[in-house]
Design a protein around this ligand. Structure first.
Ligand code: FE2
Ligand code: FE2
Length: 158
């Protein structure tokens, strides 16, 4: 099926953001593991894998629309040196992703590409969950203090 005008371009932009996020979250997860924060390691690693599933879906959809998936391009991977820095950078990545997906939904509506639009809406729901989780962590740090928060991260998540 041939893509409507501009749709492949948006799909590739979102793919670039996802490929960047996969790497950023993966590095953050590894750093947490290295610091001994088992719970965080698992949670952040899970988020990296979720982005991988998005990339998988995006590449499949670009091919289905007879486009060329751009897997060479990547944005800057922003690595935080502390847990709060990591959370803030990941939050920024998710917010940027949400902006791209929102633009995508608007464009697909205009072009009457409802399949792609639905895909973007599903991905935006995941972004909402990711943002919610990160915001909860930042709020907990504010309330109980960083040391107490980090002490809880040593245990493996239930
Ligand atoms: Fe994603
Ligand atoms: Fe995400």
């Amino acid at each position: 099926m041939k893509a409507k005008e501009g749709v492949i371009n948006i799909l590739n932009k979102i793919l670039t953001a996802d490929l960047t996020a996969i790497n950023q979250y993966f590095v953050h997860a590894k750093m947490c593991e290295n610091w001994g924060y088992e719970r965080l390691h698992h949670k952040v690693r899970e988020r990296s894998i979720a982005e991988m599933k998005d990339a998988d879906e995006l590449i499949g959809h670009i091919l289905y629309l007879e486009g060329v998936p751009n897997v060479q391009r990547m944005n800057t991977v922003q690595v935080g040196e502390t847990v709060p820095e990591q959370l803030k950078l990941d939050l920024k990545a998710e917010q940027e992703m949400l902006a791209l997906l929102s633009d995508g939904v608007v464009h697909c509506t205009k072009m009457t590409d409802f399949t792609t639009r639905h895909m973007f809406e599903d991905m935006a729901q995941d972004v909402d969950q990711h943002i919610d989780w990160i915001e909860t962590q930042l709020e907990t740090i504010k309330q109980v203090g960083l040391e107490n928060y980090l002490a809880e991260q040593i245990k493996k998540e239930s």
